[in-house]
Design a protein around this ligand. Structure first.
Ligand SMILES: NC(=O)c1ccc[n+]([C@@H]2O[C@H](COP(=O)([O-])OP(=O)(O)OC[C@H]3O[C@@H](n4cnc5c(N)ncnc54)[C@H](O)[C@@H]3O)[C@@H](O)[C@H]2O)c1
Ligand SMILES: C[C@@H](CO)CCC[C@@H](C)[C@H]1CC[C@H]2[C@@H]3[C@H](O)C=C4C[C@@H](O)CC[C@]4(C)[C@H]3CC[C@]12C
Length: 380
């Protein structure tokens, strides 16, 4: 059967940062679908207006950790792209909740595929299922076969690794109707682009310091980043090709990559923030690592003391510092070899799209008001 021809796709977490780009990507580039079911705990009603005379965008409110919700959403569908996840490395939610959503939620998706006879599942995993580990082992231009000392202690990476394992192990199981389930897993590195919540935080933080970013990380530490539009495009292609070549893609993992430059996390963010007059201060870290680590530990202590009163979840904690301070870059062409993936957006276009969006944060003025900025003050 050719891919498409009036198929029903389910996108779990379809109202999220990646999910919403994926819904728009499917609408624009997947010509053979008749319905996109956007399954999410928090619905973004604006997505409903994207329906057109060819494709219906159907918003379904539900909890991935409730099997009945997932079964109902998948009933009669052809393929699931499972992006729903609690993305938390800051201690905002309890570990049990992260496991409930990311692991039990994935178990529910697999169970529902089996019971509803859904043959194809593309899972949105993460670079974090590999690393970086907290030992500081660098992963330099690695690929899907690179040996690495994987060591997970934090709830989020643990949950993504467990979920991915479940998805890959489910490849080839018998489902209702005597057919087989085919699965594959995509591992984005740090995703950036329009709507990235963390970028909003960095922008707001920078406004508070007079558009100055004080360098805290070594510029020698490279972090792989990938544009959200290319991650969405890779998901679309994987979904399409999993149906045509299930024996090639089934049970496989693929890093998500594009031509975004390898840079330190801060220098990469400055590619966009500098277009708004932000300046990075210091050619090397302005504070020694041990002081940053002490600050990270203080944040953990404050989070513990304030627990129950307020949710104190600053960007910096020992885990995020460890990840930010360890090189993790991928260099692979497995997705190209297996299903013809080529980035849809070149770096320059991804950069300009992101800059346009970051600039829109200023136009809205909300951020400026929040931090009492009177003018476009630029530090020297
Ligand atoms: N953002 C990144 O840098 C990055 C990198 C690698 C992988 N990923 C993965 O990409 C996927 C999407 O991440 P994102 O950055 O778009 O996050 P996001 O938080 O913007 O989107 C996640 C979506 O899942 C939904 N969700 C959460 N709990 C749910 C539940 N119980 N039931 C139903 N829906 C629920 C949320 O409402 C949200 O819309 C995740 O699986 C994440 O692990 C993200
Ligand atoms: C020390 C600060 C001074 O500016 C900078 C801290 C940056 C960190 C908050 C981020 C550095 C690397 C990020 C992670 C990476 O991009 C990949 C991820 C995988 C994804 O599945 C979830 C998000 C994340 C863990 C991401 C989180 C933020 C960083 C640790």
């Amino acid at each position: 059967m050719t891919a498409g021809s009036g198929q029903v796709y389910v996108v779990t977490g379809g109202c999220g940062f990646l999910g919403s780009h994926l819904v728009r990507m499917l609408l624009e580039h997947e010509k053979n679908i008749s319905e996109i079911r956007v399954f999410d705990l928090h619905l973004d009603e604006s997505l409903r207006t994207l329906s057109n005379d060819r494709v219906r965008v159907r918003l379904i409110s539900g909890d991935i950790s409730r099997l009945a919700d997932v079964q109902e959403a998948l009933h009669g569908s052809h393929l699931v792209i499972h992006t729903a996840s609690l993305v938390d490395v800051w201690g905002r939610v309890p570990a049990s909740k992260i496991t409930e959503v990311n692991v039990t939620g994935t178990e529910n998706v697999l169970q529902a595929c089996k019971e509803e006879g859904v043959q194809y599942l593309v899972y949105t995993s993460s670079m974090e299922v590999v690393g970086p580990n907290i030992h500081g082992d660098h992963f330099y231009r690695g690929n899907e076969d690179t040996e690495y000392r994987i060591y997970h202690k934090e709830p989020y990476p643990l949950s993504k690794a467990k979920a991915e394992k479940l998805v890959l192990e489910a490849n080839g199981i018998k489902i209702k109707g005597g057919k087989m389930l085919y699965t594959c897993s995509l591992r984005p590195t740090g995703i950036y682009g329009e709507g990235h919540e963390l970028m909003k935080q960095f922008h707001r933080q920078g406004l508070r310091t007079g558009r100055c970013v004080f360098r805290a990380l070594s510029p020698a530490i490279e972090h792989g980043r990938v544009y959200v539009g290319n991650v969405a495009w890779m998901h679309l292609l994987a979904a399409r090709q999993l149906q045509i070549h299930p024996s090639t893609l089934g049970g496989q993992v693929y890093f998500c990559y594009d031509s975004s430059p390898y840079k330190s996390y801060e220098d990469f963010n400055m590619e966009f923030l500098s277009a708004c007059g932000f300046k990075i201060i210091g050619s090397r870290p302005l504070v020694p690592y041990f002081l940053l680590y002490l600050l990270a530990l203080l944040n953990v202590l404050l989070q513990w003391v304030l627990h129950g009163f307020i949710t104190y979840a600053p960007i910096l904690n020992p885990y995020t510092l460890a990840v930010a301070s360890t090189t993790f870059t991928v260099q692979t062409d497995k997705a190209e070899k297996h299903f013809g993936y080529q980035p849809l957006y070149a770096w320059e276009e991804a950069k300009m799209r992101t800059i346009t969006w970051v600039k829109s944060l200023e136009v809205s003025g909300k951020d400026l008001k929040d931090v009492g900025e009177k003018s476009n003050y630029c530090c020297s």
